[in-house]
Ligand binder design. Sequence first.
Ligand code: AMP
Length: 219
Amino acid sequence: MNIVIFGPPGAGKGTQSNLIVKKFKLHQLSTGELLRREIKNNTEFGQKISTIINQGNLVSDEVVGNLIEKHISNKDYKNRLIFDGYPRNLVQAMNLDNILKKYDQKVDIALKLSVSLETIKKRIIERKNLEKRADDSEQIAIKRYSTYENNIKPIIDFYKKSDLLKEVNGEGSVTQISDKISGLIDGIKGWLYKIGQYKYAKYKFINYGSYRRNKYSTK
Ligand code: AMP
């Protein structure tokens, strides 16, 4: 089961991804985190992208495409990925499909967290005090929100067309949102199991002991 989670900056993608990762034993792939790590470690690549990120602009599709392929090609993460902050535009959504296909995988659910600009501003200011992210100022928050709004419509249509889109109200408490998301993921897993895609369904039973794991495993 591979999951895409998207929403405006400050929508809670990171927080919710962390919870899903623990609950469903997935691997989180946050392009924002990976890029920030490069900047923090002051690598040559980090120096090149720091201005772009600190000004609230997007890094090139090619650069992030290469970054995610490194993780998708890792056998340990096969069908266990949650993409947080990727795709950010239609080209990236199509790239993701193509890269996944190359490694015999696909997106199983696309979760859209919806949050108003007012809530975003409030959360970003709170986060700035906690995490001291260079791109967390009100002005940059508005810029990042509008970049998101400008690019998101084609992504929504893309996932709607393939019937993968699930919208989640991101205004509630962390637990409320997380319960809603867990329900949606459980639903998808049940469905995958029903249509016979055991290789995905086995993760549903992974916590239930070796008997079930062996019974439903494709191996
Ligand atoms: P995030 O942590 O997802 O809010 O990302 C922080 C910043 O990293 C963004 O404002 C972009 O500058 C950059 N970034 C993260 N993900 C992507 C992506 N998929 N494509 C291009 N730039 C990205």
